[in-house]
Ligand binder design. Structure first.
Ligand SMILES: *Cc1c(COP(=O)(O)O)cnc(C)c1O
Length: 427
């Protein structure tokens, strides 16, 4: 990753030494590169050059407002899965007519908020079930508006990714089985307050093999032709996200090869397109900068105990995910690498970032970077063990700025109140 590299013996984010960020901000801290965000967004938009494609960035991957604002200024729309994410996108300056609302559990309140956003309402709801379709019809009718919708089709394709991030198999909770699609569109056509104008698929995340897309797009194209023959006025095809990145030597798919599949199957249908990439854009654009608190030698094992924990980055615990881990000080050319278990301070055995990872000699006080931590990392953090959320830092050239500061214990307890009867309850 060219955005994070050693210069003069220190790992840099673009032109900024990570040691300088650690000194100014403390550790742990997330560090994101503007150049990386721009590069990945542009690689995708250039791959789709000539096609009418909206890149609706999946906010759930990383909802930091500065990240959203930058992607929005490059032209990105937003794919959101809650009213909260919609508000983040709007706050970051993304126009309502570039926002797509997905998710299996949209509430009536969330539907109202999305139908009213910016007076015009959002671009599209991706409806995941019949009960949702009926509720949306009711809510839109009450407001006297029409909800533009796609129905999320579950194509029953194995995305060949980790089972916790595969979403397009028949047994997953997402979408409507493809065999029932025509029936549900026919129903949607009759409902008041509903305008079916799009179809949607999203088969999973971190796909490194394009074959499942090939199969999905072929199935989807057939379905679009059938729906059109049924009289459904389809104007947009939403292909979801899922493009994988390199964490551990995988070959990440080339966005141009992905776009070629779209050209082959989908472009001939003459529809507008929407894409919902999350990880592809932000995953490799960030890292988690941490400090070594202790080096503990136990029998044959070396433990590096970090000041970052599973509350900061849960992917290894949740998905057995691999993240590269490197020393911020460039190891000497003749440094001897030895296995280490890299763990956090949280009181859980699952608080492990890596086992038996070959690493150079490290001492307490040294800095490490956990790589590829731009997606589903800060976004999934919690304050378990009353640990403050790690701050987020954005780097641009030789400048950096704190775009989310580290909360104080006051910030962390500001929502709590003590009932007046509590003191008396003890007596
Ligand atoms: C999570 C999600 C995405 C983004 O997935 P990535 O793998 O990060 O690209 C896109 N669309 C939907 C519906 C999602 O749930």
């Amino acid at each position: 990753m060219p955005w994070f590299s050693y210069r003069e013996g220190v790992l840099h984010a673009e032109g900024v030494p990570l040691s300088a960020i650690a000194k100014a901000v403390g550790t742990p801290a997330y560090v994101y590169s503007v150049a990386a965000l721009t590069d990945r967004y542009t690689a995708l938009s250039e791959a789709f050059a000539g096609l009418p494609a909206l890149i609706a960035y999946a906010v759930k991957a990383n909802g930091n407002l500065a990240v959203l604002r930058h992607l929005g200024s490059l032209g990105a729309g937003a794919d959101v899965v809650s009213a909260g994410e919609m508000q983040l996108a709007l706050k970051a300056g993304i126009a309502p007519n570039k926002i797509i609302f997905a998710g299996v559990g949209k509430t009536a309140d969330e539907m109202r908020a999305a139908l009213r956003a910016g007076n015009t309402g959002i671009l599209q709801f991706n409806v995941e079930s019949e009960p949702e379709l009926h509720l949306l019809s009711q809510v839109a009718t009450e407001l006297g508006v029409v909800a533009p919708i796609a129905i999320r089709i579950n194509p029953d394709i194995d995305a060949k990714t980790h089972k916790k991030i595969t979403t397009g198999k028949a047994e997953n909770k997402f979408g409507i089985p493809i065999a029932r699609a025509r029936e549900i569109y026919a129903e949607a056509m009759k409902l008041p307050g509903i305008k079916p104008l799009a179809v949607h698929v999203h088969i999973g995340s971190q796909l490194t093999d394009l074959a499942p897309y090939d199969a999905t797009f072929a199935r989807l194209a057939d379905l679009v032709r059938e729906l059109r023959a049924d009289g459904v006025p389809l104007a947009r095809i939403d292909l979801g996200g899922g493009l994988g990145i390199r964490y551990d030597g995988e070959t990440a798919p080339d966005p141009r090869a992905y776009a070629d599949l779209v050209r082959k199957h989908i472009a001939p249908l003459g529809c507008e397109l929407a894409l919902e990439p999350g990880r592809f854009i932000v995953g490799n654009a960030g890292l988690l900068l941490c400090g070594v608190t202790y080096v503990k030698q136990a029998d044959a094992k070396r433990f590096l105990i970090l000041d970052a924990g599973m509350n900061d980055l849960i992917r290894p615990a949740l998905y057995e995910a691999h993240h590269g881990i490197v020393s911020v000080a460039e190891p000497a050319a003749d440094a001897v690498y030895a296995p280490a278990d890299v763990v956090g301070p949280v009181c859980e055995t699952g608080d492990t970032f890596a086992e038996e990872r070959p690493l150079p000699p490290m001492q307490a006080g040294d800095l490490l970077a956990i790589l590829s931590a731009g997606a589903y990392s800060a976004a999934m953090a919690s304050t378990y063990n009353a640990r403050p959320l790690a701050p987020e830092v954005l780097v641009h050239g030789d400048r950096f700025a704190i775009v989310r500061r580290r909360p104080t214990i006051e910030d962390m307890t500001v929502l709590e109140t003590q009932p007046t009867w509590l003191d008396k309850a003890a007596s």
